[in-house]
Design a protein around this ligand. Structure first.
Ligand SMILES: [Cu+2]
Length: 149
């Protein structure tokens, strides 16, 4: 094979090999990003060590749904020291689930379910505010969390 042709092939296959390695690194990285939450949840909490509560924001209030299917409006009842997995969503516009005393804030977005963990050690009543302007009644979108001992 003449030298020019050899250089041409080396350039083509060299570039292909470099792109292949980059594609592999990107694929592995994207897979890890997509599955990070699931793996972390499994290793950190295992199965059955928490309860899942569905939180649905609407104009202008909060619906909390417990594992047994019962619901409460604007007041969330939980136990102190127990771990909860909140599935946050909205039925209309973007709201934000904000517990000022706990520095806890997650947006609720229609069409998406966000997972967030909640564990409150100190019993008491905490205020829930909507931290995203969502309409004329935004100011009265108030909830409470009652943490029972
Ligand atoms: Cu709101």
């Amino acid at each position: 094979m003449e030298r020019g042709k050899l250089l041409e092939y080396m350039t083509i296959f060299g570039a292909a090999a470099i792109l292949g390695v980059l594609a592999y690194i990107a694929a592995v990285g994207l897979y890890e990003i997509d599955n990070y939450g699931a793996v972390a949840e499994k290793t950190a909490f295992g199965a059955g060590q928490y309860e899942t509560i569905k939180v649905t924001a609407y104009r202008y209030g909060w619906i909390f749904e417990y594992p047994n299917g019962s619901k409460s409006l604007n007041t969330l009842y939980i136990k102190a020291g127990k771990l909860y997995r909140l599935e946050l969503t909205s039925s209309d516009v973007v709201h934000s689930f904000y517990i000022r005393e706990l520095g806890y804030k997650y947006d609720t977005v229609p069409g998406f379910v966000y997972t967030a963990w909640l564990k409150v050690d100190k019993p008491g009543v905490y205020n829930v505010l909507c931290a995203e302007f969502c309409g004329a009644g935004h100011y009265r979108m108030l909830g409470r969390i009652v943490v029972e001992p």
